[in-house]
Design a binder for this molecule. Structure first.
Ligand SMILES: Nc1ncnc2c1ncn2[C@@H]1O[C@H](COP(=O)(O)OP(=O)(O)OP(=O)(O)O)[C@@H](O)[C@H]1O
Ligand SMILES: [Mg+2]
Length: 370
């Protein structure tokens, strides 16, 4: 699978830009704030139907413009896939495949697997559980559309249940039969989400541990545990037990929307006990494990987007990372960097076909091809 070319219109700081891609490596080089990450995000958007950065679509519309449009020409299993995304603020976003609009955006997820590795991915460790669930959901959704559908259904019922609790809180009444009607609707999707996450995490955990060892060469053992209250009791019981609390807090406090991943190093919480370098290695291992899992499940290598990683990694780690990526049947890779020489020095070692672009204020110029 590969992206042949893509076109941005009014996307972030790009007015109009077409980019041809290398089947191997495509590099975007430029100073800070010029629009390198925006190009990776455009690619991510075409693959996932949304931005990598958890932000409203309207913010991605070029200042002063009334819409943005992205178009990507992919080839998958010998077939061309033309994907178009169009956003007009306050209107429903449009996503189409080969000229046919999707009825639901979720139908697109998984067609074109993608993994982004970005500097602020340490959020995965430092922030609240939501970022970790998003990581898990994002990975699973790309190879299991049924999971994604269950997740959407669960989210909808959860929202309704919360709205009802809020309404009771504000109006003073409470009707347990109405709440329990939602509990019954949540049970199926909640159980499905839990089982799938649990099943996924077992091999993922082993892969992560191995990749951490490969990247860091360190003696400390890291670990990643899936934490869910559903380990202890079925969702129906959990909801019933939490009913009084939910009533007081006016929101649902039990269920898979509370699950988390617990990261440790040498048995202690990673967030508090890992050094900066260990954190970086861990995040890389996490993302590479995601890449490997997707590759295995999809039987095509995902598109890999590496944002600024050489700036944030020391030389050894960057080399380790690249060697890992270049092993076996890796796929198409996009890289950004502020430093052309550094990039050359690193990628020059790997005899791969590549294209280079210089990025300046929302325009991209091809520098050379090799
Ligand atoms: N909706 C928008 N309209 C116009 N410009 C935007 C919009 N959204 C973001 N930008 C601009 O895009 C630029 C940032 O682009 P990007 O994050 O891709 O830079 P970068 O080249 O990756 O920089 P760095 O090296 O610092 O990571 C900023 O100048 C920002 O103001
Ligand atoms: Mg950037």
């Amino acid at each position: 699978m590969q992206l042949d070319s893509f076109i941005l219109a009014n996307f972030k700081n790009y007015a109009h830009q077409r980019i041809e891609c290398s089947p191997g490596l495509t590099c975007f080089i430029g100073r800070n704030g010029m629009g390198k990450t925006n190009l990776l995000d455009a690619i991510y958007y075409l693959c996932m139907g949304k931005s990598y950065f958890n932000m409203p679509d309207s913010l991605a519309v070029n200042h002063g413009a009334g819409f943005f449009r992205l178009e990507g020409h992919f080839v998958k299993e010998g077939k061309t896939e033309r994907i178009v995304a169009k956003v007009i603020p306050r209107k429903k976003k449009e996503l189409e495949r080969n000229g046919t609009p999707y009825r639901r955006l979720s139908e697109h997820v998984g067609l074109l697997p993608v993994v982004m590795i970005a500097p602020d991915d340490t959020n995965l460790i430092n922030e609240g559980s939501e970022t970790r669930r998003r990581f898990l959901d994002n990975t699973l959704s790309q190879f299991d559309n049924h999971y994604l559908q269950q997740l959407i259904t669960y989210g909808k019922v959860l929202q309704q249940r919360n709205a009802l609790l809020k309404q009771f809180g504000e109006n003073g009444g409470y009707n347990s039969a109405l709440v329990e009607a939602y509990d019954r609707q949540m049970a199926g999707p909640a159980q499905a989400i839990y089982s799938r996450r649990k099943e996924f995490m077992a091999p993922f955990r082993q892969l992560l541990r191995q990749l951490y060892r490969d990247i860091s060469g360190e003696a400390e053992e890291v670990d990643c545990q899936y934490v869910s209250k559903m380990e202890q009791a079925p969702i129906g019981v959990l909801l019933r037990e939490a009913a009084e609390k939910d009533r007081v807090l006016q929101r649902t406090t039990a269920g898979p929307h509370k699950d988390d991943l617990e990261f440790t190093i040498g048995g202690y919480p990673l967030k508090r006990f890992a050094s900066q370098g260990q954190l970086k290695s861990f995040v890389l291992a996490l993302k590479l494990a995601q890449y490997r899992q997707l590759m295995e499940k999809k039987s095509v290598p995902p598109i890999l987007l590496l944002d600024d990683i050489f700036d944030k990694l020391d030389h050894d780690r960057a080399n380790h990372l690249l060697s890992l990526l270049m092993q076996g049947d890796f796929g198409q890779v996009f890289v950004t960097d502020t430093d052309e020489e550094r990039l050359e020095a690193i990628i020059g070692k790997f005899n791969r076909q590549y294209l280079k672009y210089r990025i300046e204020n929302g325009t991209a110029h091809k520098i050379n091809g090799a």
